[in-house]
Design a protein around this ligand. Structure first.
Ligand SMILES: [Zn+2]
Length: 265
């Protein structure tokens, strides 16, 4: 749960908290819905008492649960980045956005990813505003996003034998839309993003914001053939984590043929 901390004393304390490492026991917090973050949030108030890593059975169970699940989350993040050896030629099933959502619901409980082709367009591509971060440092050891506050890879830092070196890569979230609906926050990263946008990360960083806007409009609302990988994830928006494996402007004839014969249900 999101925790909102406002007073100085608690802020100092909170700075020592490690994501997925620290268990916090808080009494007398105010719980309400945070519209900005779109989730429930606990706010520290004057009566709040916070115990960090309490030595209780509940805390130990929670910590063990997080540790056990950490590995799969990380694998999930990194493998999509390091592009596992999925041969795109083996992906042949064409879906609409709605069909993918239905399939995901039916798949519920299964952790296996599934793949498909969408003839859709990118409806949101925030590469030209200053607010949205689209470039991030990744660890060359594991491909995981580097923690910006500490400038370390939280995965590799415990292994001091590993030399930590980082490289910049695209980390863009896009919305994909077709006539049946929208898949939000699909990740477009690394070399796949470079291939899609037709420029390297360094070329992109050298662009002015006008050039970035121009680049964006080359793709926005253009029908594309998009290979996606979907994983059910309770952490993702809509319960579905979508990674783009390939995105190219679609051949109009091929697209209309496939849209006409939407065979999959
Ligand atoms: Zn690493």
């Amino acid at each position: 749960m999101l925790t909102c901390v406002w007073d100085n004393e608690s802020i100092l304390l909170a700075q020592s908290w490690m994501p997925r490492e620290t268990v916090i026991f808080a009494s007398d917090v105010r719980i309400n819905f945070n519209k900005f973050q779109n989730c429930m949030a606990a706010t520290v108030i004057s009566k709040t008492i916070i115990t960090t890593n309490p030595d209780t059975p509940e805390a130990n169970i929670l910590l063990n649960y997080v540790r056990e699940n950490k590995e799969t989350d990380v694998a999930d993040e990194t493998d999509s980045y390091l592009r596992e050896s999925i041969n795109l030629n083996s992906v042949v099933d064409v879906y609409t956005v709605e069909q993918l959502k239905v399939k995901a619901l039916r798949n519920e409980g299964k952790a296996d990813p599934f793949y498909g082709i969408l003839y859709a367009y990118i409806s949101t591509l925030n590469i030209d505003d200053e607010i949205t971060k689209v470039v991030r440092n990744r660890c060359s050891g594991c491909g995981y996003i580097v923690n910006e506050a500490s400038n370390t890879c939280t995965i590799c830092e415990k292994d001091s034998s590993k030399l930590q070196s980082f490289f910049l890569g695209f980390d863009v979230l896009v919305d994909l839309t077709d006539h049946t609906g929208t898949l939000h926050s699909c990740s477009l990263t690394g070399s796949i993003a470079e291939g899609t946008l037709g420029c390297t990360i360094n070329e992109f960083l050298a662009m002015t914001s006008e050039q970035k806007t121009k680049l964006k409009w080359q793709f926005l609302l253009e029908r594309s053939k998009i290979y996606v990988k979907l994983i059910l994830s309770h952490r993702a928006r809509g319960g579905l984590k979508v990674s783009i494996l390939s995105c190219k402007l679609a051949d109009p004839t091929e697209a209309s043929r496939n849209l006409a014969g939407q065979g999959h249900t």
